[in-house]
Design a protein. Structure first.
Length: 257
């Protein structure tokens, strides 16, 4: 459905309560990258919230293909959003007769490769104890607060610590830091999302999943932020300059269909 004719009910719980999940998928031409992995994560997130996926896999795949073909972008970002759907009455408890809403949209998005300045967020923390830290929930307010803080402090992104003071993630991606030639990334138990690109980068970099305490972050000699649309090399961490990691790493093949 075209954006100008699509309709979302005012009572949709995705809009009123952030009651839903989403996936963002890179596409090259009409081919969605890593789609089976995204679909598995979408289903896992929906199951965590108790939301039924209203369509069979093939219908969702056909919808993505049709949109990609109609829009004609060489490189694109697909967003698949699933909410619990409209509610006939107000309240927190989900209605028994909910009809989930599934929205698929496409926008142009060339492979993101950038240089990023980051700060460690002071305004909010990642709650590693919450089930929401393990799914792509629609609730992104903490990330927005941290990103706003980063911009106010003259940086482009923020790194989020968890409730115990360990590094968890960036606002829109997983974080990899290099210490003396060894790449580390926070474990899922510290609030890191099980990123689709993250799993591939662990193998590509030979990275270890390891707790990174806040005090050790300043010792990193390089850093990367990754998500399904691309990656950023960290060139400034708080007030310290870092060499761009992609000067010696070619990650583009990971993002090719």
């Amino acid at each position: 459905m075209k954006e100008e004719t699509a309709r979302l009910a005012p009572s949709d719980r995705g809009f009123t309560l952030a009651d839903g999940v989403f996936e963002t998928i890179r596409a090259v031409g009409t081919l969605p990258l890593w789609w089976p992995d995204h679909l598995l994560r979408l289903k896992a997130g929906a199951a965590c919230l108790g939301i039924d996926l209203p369509y069979e896999d093939k219908i969702i795949e056909d919808a993505m293909s049709s949109l990609l073909l109609a829009e004609g972008h060489q490189e694109a970002a697909i967003r698949v959003t699933l909410s619990r759907g409209p509610a006939k009455r107000r309240g927190l408890w989900p209605p028994g007769d909910a009809r989930p809403t599934l929205l698929v949209s496409v926008a142009p998005s060339p492979l993101a490769r950038s240089l990023q300045t980051v700060v460690i967020a002071r305004s909010t923390r990642r709650n590693e104890l919450s089930p929401l830290s393990r799914i792509k929930s629609l609730a992104y307010s903490d990330n927005i607060i941290a990103r706003r803080e980063a911009l106010e402090r003259g940086a482009g992104d923020a790194l989020l610590l968890n409730t115990r003071g360990n590094l968890a993630c960036a606002t829109v991606g997983n974080i990899f830091l290099r210490f003396g030639g060894n790449w580390l990334t926070p474990p899922l138990t510290d609030g890191a999302l099980a990123g689709i690109a993250r799993s591939r980068l662990i193998s590509f970099l030979g990275a270890r999943e390891e707790m990174i305490v806040a005090a050790s972050i300043e010792r990193a000699d390089a850093g990367l932020i990754s998500n399904s649309l691309g990656w950023s090399s960290i060139v400034r961490l708080d007030e310290r300059e870092l060499p761009p990691a992609d000067e010696v790493l070619d990650l583009a093949p990971l993002y090719s269909c």
